[in-house]
Design a protein around this ligand. Structure first.
Ligand SMILES: [Zn+2]
Length: 160
């Protein structure tokens, strides 16, 4: 609970500083993390997140439990509490699952005209299974994206 307060506070501060820095041509001292020499490639970071691994080292587990992101990576100690995936992963999961199940419902009906109860039962199970599979992976990819782009304070804890 304490760490989430810290995260929110520093997240908003850094967001404001980042905007101010960009508007001023990125010359402000606060934008130093953006000029950090270490490159954070987007694709590998998102792929590591998809595999539910730390976006920095790719070895440490990203989550404790099903969806709770660890505060720090147990392998490389990278700070992960900056993440603010919020509703994004749920939105993308619903978008994908809906676009698969919707047409599938229509196709099933046109081809076999199955009993509505059977259709509902089958597609409900399929929706839940797909959602449970996709949600943590998409959330991991979101965290990878935010870490890679140094959003919400990611990158601030480096020597700079
Ligand atoms: Zn790590």
């Amino acid at each position: 609970m304490q760490s989430s307060n810290l995260k929110t506070a520093s997240g908003y501060d850094l967001l404001a500083e980042g905007r101010a820095g960009k508007e001023a041509g990125g010359t402000a001292a606060q934008t130093a993390p953006d000029q950090d020499a270490s490159e954070r490639l987007l694709r590998p970071a998102m792929l590591r997140g998809w595999r539910r691994r730390c976006p920095s080292c790719g070895a440490g587990p990203l989550f404790q439990g099903f969806l709770r992101v660890r505060d720090h990576c147990p392998v490389c100690n990278e700070a992960l509490f900056h993440q603010r995936a919020d509703d994004g992963p749920a939105y993308v999961t619903i978008l994908i699952v809906g676009h698969i199940i919707g047409p599938l419902m229509l196709a099933l009906y046109i081809k076999w005209t199955p009993d509505p109860l059977i259709t509902a039962a089958l597609l409900s199970v399929a929706s839940v299974a797909m959602s449970l599979f996709l949600l943590p992976r998409i959330k991991g990819a979101f965290v990878g994206l935010q870490w890679s782009r140094r959003m919400h304070g990611f990158g601030d804890n480096e020597r700079g």
